[in-house]
Write a protein that binds this ligand. Structure first.
Ligand code: GTP
Length: 593
């Protein structure tokens, strides 16, 4: 395809502003799929994505409109997947900025818009959902100019739901977004935009060709990975798979090359011809590192092998999460897993439970701490609170910090500022834009990984939005807080906390555990401790009599039913010495009040 007939663009939108609905409309209008084939939201192709309405994996479709090829790239809409977003943006020349006509501009959108501007994109504002009675397109147009600072006088007004403005959007893409540049005679240079595992095709790689040609039968080299592969398929999604003889400069499409694991095809890598390589790889390759770690253990120890298999399968399709075996005195065999963020963690955990039907215990999420040991004994990256060295071996500990931008309507500002304060936040900026406050805070990531987002949403009745980026490590006065149930340490509940907030955390934890652990025939002390020093304590009093005997003494069937029920419940319990802790207690205890 000649360069001047190609347009590459992505859609930037805050969650729920209508990105997927609009993408589906664009596909439908350009004839990619007949109306009857349009199942809801073609681009969000995983079950969980559908249910949560979150786009996880970048996907792309090739559309044809008035003699042009339009490549629409769908990007993940969450901060956890920021690097994938940045690579998708690097593969495009423009973007549609979709803003909900009733909701207005949100913080998450801002971050992506600025990234898009950094990539020199032509941005076409689209004010969507104008069919809503509460739509205020003029106000939103003003907000786009005011808050984002781009011209919105020629914004397209649309309703992805009712099909208004769709052709105008396609025309605007052709007219306003610049055609890609590239040299088809130069050595091959292509960016690996995304990769995923397909049960029929193996690993599928999405590429954007910069220079040269990529074709079936070609021997290619991945420059960062240093591996070579023989291409066996080249094609595009329209959105159905279509094989093509080749892809030239400016084009976006997929290849397969008999690759077994996505870990071998890393996002951001440069592909080149093995025999005639390009001298320089593309800039911006970055190896993504997991930032949040937790332990995953089967509730039923017999499920360990099943868990191993399921995790390995998931990993085939997601190179950004890591796992290694872990043993815990209390929980037995499991895995220590690393994720890009909390949402990523929840997605994997949910898939394991739902798709693989596993009952899991998740330990407290933890960030990676950098520990300097005394006497020049070196440095460790701590992924698991259980591995924390004794205090006398620690010279210093550093923790990761983030810079967060929070948008919140004025009426909820007070409680949000307090939340940030309680989480050791440092206020950097506070301004007002269009009746909303924009607060910029530096926060320790450790204080955010538990439930910050949930708290933010509940304190603001869902109106606050939040975006963050990592800003490096800082030293902190951090200690390991252990939890003892009936004098036995429960390692799955131990966590690293700041000394200043340890007591509040410890108190909250033992109070919740007191509510969550059922009474036993004996008294159970629950303690939070730092080193040997107890900082909080509660006691569960002993049960007085056999409950079943008392309530159901005469009725044998009811009694049996009750005992059966208890037995079933038992399967979900963990024994600590002589104490049983229900699985829910772990999860609930880890949520801070
Ligand atoms: P994520 O995939 O989570 O990023 O969301 P999204 O931006 O893709 O939003 P999606 O397309 O899933 O739309 C969110 C909700 O808004 C859905 O319930 C849509 O039906 C609805 N919606 C999308 N476009 C319109 C529109 O033009 N008008 C109205 N009234 N509703 C719309």
């Amino acid at each position: 395809t000649p360069l001047d007939k190609i347009r590459n663009f992505s859609i930037i939108a805050h969650i729920d502003h209508g990105k997927s609905t609009l993408a589906d409309r664009l596909i439908q209008t350009t004839g990619g799929l007949a109306a009857r084939e349009m199942s809801a939201q073609v681009l969000d192709n995983m079950e969980i994505e559908k249910e949560r309405g979150i786009t996880i994996k970048a996907q792309t479709v090739r559309l044809e409109w008035k003699g042009h090829i339009l490549n629409l790239m769908d990007t993940p809409g969450h901060v956890d997947f920021a690097y994938e977003v940045s690579r998708s943006l690097a593969a495009c020349e423009g973007a549609l900025l979709v803003v909900d006509a009733a909701q207005g501009v949100e913080a998450q959108t801002l971050a992506n818009v600025y990234q898009s501007i950094e990539h020199d994109h032509e941005i076409i504002p689209v004010i969507n959902k104008i069919d809503l009675p509460s739509a205020e397109p003029e106000k939103v147009r003003h907000e786009i100019e005011e808050i984002i600072g781009i011209d919105a006088s020629n914004a397209v007004l649309s309703s992805a739901k009712s099909g208004i403005g769709i052709e105008e959007i396609l025309d605007a893409v052709v007219e306003r977004i610049p055609a890609p540049k590239g040299d088809k005679d130069a050595p091959l240079k292509a960016m690996l935009v995304d990769s995923w595992y397909d049960p029929y095709l193996g690993v599928v790689i999405l590429v954007r060709v910069i220079d040269g040609m990529i074709r079936k039968g070609q021997q290619i080299k991945f420059m960062a990975a240093g591996t070579t592969h023989l291409i066996d398929r080249v094609g595009a999604f329209r959105p159905k798979i279509e094989q093509l003889p080749d892809l030239g400069p400016g084009e976006i499409g997929f290849i397969t090359a008999q690759i077994k694991e996505v870990a071998q095809a890393r996002v951001g890598d440069t592909l080149t011809d093995a025999k005639r390589p390009t001298p320089e790889p593309l800039p911006g390759f970055k190896e993504v590192q997991p930032v949040v770690f937790c332990g995953l253990f089967p509730v039923d120890a017999a499920d360990f092998e099943k868990l191993r298999e399921s995790i390995s399968k998931l990993r085939l399709n997601d190179a950004s999460f890591s796992f290694e075996m872990e043993t815990s005195a209390a929980l037995g065999f499991g895995f220590r897993c690393g994720f890009l963020g909390l949402l990523h963690l929840e997605i994997i955990q949910e898939r394991l439970m739902r798709e693989y039907d596993l009952d899991l215990i998740t330990t407290a999420p933890s960030v990676v701490y950098q520990i300097e040991l005394t006497h020049g004994a070196g440095h460790i990256d701590l992924h698991n609170p259980a591995d924390m060295p004794e205090p006398n071996r620690i010279e210093s500990i550093a923790e990761p910090w983030i810079q967060a931008v929070i948008y919140v309507p004025d009426e909820y500002l007070g409680s949000i500022l307090k939340l940030c304060q309680d989480r050791r936040g440092i206020q950097k900026n506070l301004t007002y834009v269009g009746g909303r406050a924009q607060a910029t805070y530096e926060l320790p990531l450790n204080e955010v990984v538990f439930d910050f987002y949930d708290r933010l949403k509940s304190l603001s009745k869902g109106y606050a939005s939040f975006d963050y980026e990592q800003i490096g490590y800082r030293e902190g006065d951090l200690v390991k807080m252990g939890i003892l149930v009936n004098e036995e340490p429960v390692d799955a509940l131990s966590m690293i906390v700041h000394r200043g907030t340890a007591e509040v955390r410890g108190r909250g934890m033992v109070e919740r555990l007191k509510e969550l652990i059922p009474r036993h025939m004996f008294k159970i002390p629950i303690q939070a401790a730092i080193g040997g020093k107890v900082i909080a304590r509660e006691t569960i009093s002993a049960m007085r009599k056999d409950v079943t005997a008392k309530c159901y003494g005469g009725d044998a069937t009811r009694k049996r039913k009750l005992l059966d029920k208890q037995k079933k419940g038992k399967a979900k319990m963990r024994e600590y010495g002589s104490v049983s802790i229900p699985q829910e207690a772990f999860i609930a205890a880890l949520r801070m009040g």
